[in-house]
Design a binder for this molecule. Structure first.
Ligand SMILES: [Zn+2]
Length: 575
């Protein structure tokens, strides 16, 4: 194995081939041998090629686009073990199972997480060391343990895969503080080739992934997000009863027309049971699904859905991850999603076979904006300061085990949920470090409790603002009278030149041709970095004839009237 001064592998000795042409051939052969691929889905091959050439790669592929195939194939051609960091144990299990289905790779994958016995954890690391394990799936908190990093580093991993990479970004809708340490781990491992995978495309999230993972000169592969086969519709109703009836009617209509199966998303567990019951009363094969059901029942619902025994599953968003049923014909939302990121991911489960499908949102005005980022509210600064102070005091008193939520409860008399939130916030501002057991220690060079509390409070407000702005974008989608697909793709920074013709507004003749195209005739085309006098730096996400949507780092999404912008010089270009 050879590495250049920057730690990147050179093409000399690259087992996938010396030249780009040779590697192209090897990637195609391997994809055929492993997965029976004759053709690739958009973005897949480019991402594989980039990884096997030894280049750090960020692949933004919509869910269902076959992200795991990228590391399966590239990993097979890599010059050493492959580490796959994945946020959920269930997801890891699913990924290992998928590898086991590939004959050539069977037996070469293992998991490393806290759900395993100490013996199994040791066996996984030993397997990695002796070469029997090629793909190791692990939770990010495993990489907080120096002994694990050391053991893994000794095996000289060739490829470091970060799945659901948007979890590293405070901008992402799914931020996980555990992901923040991955950049440092990459360095500790001698900077193997990094492959970051995500389905979240918002440009600020991309930039943050690259920065936080310390990716060098990365190739960024973005597959198109448009799913023209999915028809987009929205229905607004004034009261809860008519909304409820509309959901039932529309589902009955789809099923009656033979367009099955489908998924109905409801925000609450109670809602899923009620809707499933009423659809059942009307003669449909309907089951409810949510995280509160027994595991055996959840598995039975999944199995029934996959084997065409159901017309519809009524579910909370717990249903979907790891479920791939390409002939799903409709996704109906009985409440808006918390963001367009989530909404897009959820409706993307329909029509993966490329045939027509329906994504329908049925909502009331009141349904928007009820969700709060912090269920328990933004913590007061005094509370954060007290928690930071207790963590520091324990360290000063020589208590090596740190402070956990249970102790904090005893000392403060507060409930566990807000205390866990406080610790997470303090961790995000580098005031405390949480260990494997969830106990808090002061971070190296931590600010004093007062400064830490101020920073954590500010961060909490930032989360809340950004989250609120996401809800506003969901509202914008629900209420736009223009082409919904243009709105949706615009949110992801992708400009659709003409109205789509496959949404309710297009069908009603409401959609206007936007005079933007390549954006040459507007002062702020999409993706322009801008600065606002009050809101600071941001990026233009969407341009319409009279307004512009900007994603600001501090305050999230804002819609500005272009007339006001030009009149008052509100925006300037950056860089
Ligand atoms: Zn349209």
């Amino acid at each position: 194995m050879t590495r250049t001064g920057t730690g990147q592998r050179t093409s000399t000795g690259n087992p996938a081939g010396r030249t780009a042409a040779a590697r192209t051939r090897r990637v195609r052969e391997t994809a055929r041998e492993l997965l029976g691929f004759e053709t690739f889905r958009p973005g897949q091959e480019r991402a594989m090629q980039s990884v096997v050439s030894g280049r750090d790669t960020l692949a933004v592929l919509p869910s269902g686009a076959g992200k795991s195939a990228v590391y399966q194939v590239a990993g097979r051609l890599a010059d050493g073990p492959v580490l796959v960091v994945s946020p959920l144990i269930a997801l890891q299990r699913d990924q290992v199972a998928r590898l086991e289905e590939v004959e050539v790779l069977a037996g070469s994958a293992a998991q490393l997480n806290s759900a395993l016995s100490a013996g199994d954890q040791r066996a996984a690391l030993e397997g990695l060391a002796d070469g029997t394990v090629r793909y190791l799936f692990l939770a990010p908190e495993q990489l907080a343990k120096p002994e694990v990093v050391e053991a893994v580093a000794a095996t000289e991993p060739a490829l470091f895969v970060v799945d659901e990479a948007h979890c590293v970004s405070a901008w992402g809708h799914d931020f996980r503080p555990d992901y923040l340490r991955l950049g440092a781990v990459v360095e500790q491992l001698g900077h193997p080739t990094v492959l970051a995978l995500t389905a979240t495309a918002a440009p600020p999230v991309r930039a943050e992934i690259v920065e936080r993972l310390g990716m060098r000169d990365p190739e960024v592969v973005v597959a198109g997000f448009d799913r023209p086969e999915i028809r987009l519709e929205v229905e607004q109703h004034a009261d809860a009863h008519t909304k409820h009836e509309a959901v039932l009617d529309r589902v009955l209509g789809e099923v009656g027309g033979g367009r099955v199966p489908g998924i109905v998303y409801s925000a609450t567990r109670k809602g899923t049971a009620e809707l499933a019951g009423e659809l059942g009363d009307r003669g449909l094969r309907a089951r409810a699904y949510h995280a509160g059901l027994k595991k055996s029942e959840r598995e039975d619902v999944q199995r029934a859905f996959m084997t065409d025994e159901l017309d519809v599953v009524v579910a909370t968003t717990a249903f979907g991850m790891g479920i791939d049923k390409p002939d799903t014909r409709f996704v109906v939302h009985a409440e808006p999603a918390d963001s367009l990121d989530s909404y897009y991911q959820e409706i993307g489960r329909a029509g993966r076979d490329g045939r027509p499908a329906l994504a329908l949102l049925v909502y009331r005005q009141e349904d928007l904006g009820v969700r709060k980022f912090f269920a328990a509210g933004i913590p007061p600064e005094e509370e954060l300061q007290q928690v930071a102070g207790l963590v520091a005091a324990a360290e000063a008193a020589g208590i090596e085990d740190g402070v956990d939520v249970k102790q904090l409860r005893e000392e403060t008399g507060r409930a566990a949920t807000p205390l866990a939130r406080d610790l997470n916030l303090l961790e995000q501002v580098s005031a405390v470090v949480l260990d494997e057991e969830g106990a808090a220690h002061p971070a190296e060079g931590a600010p004093d409790p007062g400064a830490a509390a101020a920073a954590a409070r500010e961060l909490a407000e930032h989360h809340e603002r950004v989250d609120q702005s996401r809800v506003e974008m969901m509202r914008g989608y629900a209420e736009t009278t223009d082409c919904r697909r243009q709105f949706l793709l615009g949110y992801f920074g992708e400009q659709l030149e003409h109205p789509c013709g496959n949404c309710d507004n297009c069908s009603a003749g409401l959609s206007q041709e936007q005079p933007v195209g390549d954006g040459a005739d507007t002062p702020f085309p999409p993706q322009t970095p801008v600065e606002h006098a009050e809101w600071g730096p941001g990026v233009v996400m969407r341009v319409e004839d009279d307004r512009v949507v900007v994603l600001f780092e501090e305050v999230g999404y804002k819609t500005l009237a272009l007339a006001a912008v030009t009149e008052n010089d509100l925006l300037t270009r950056r860089g």
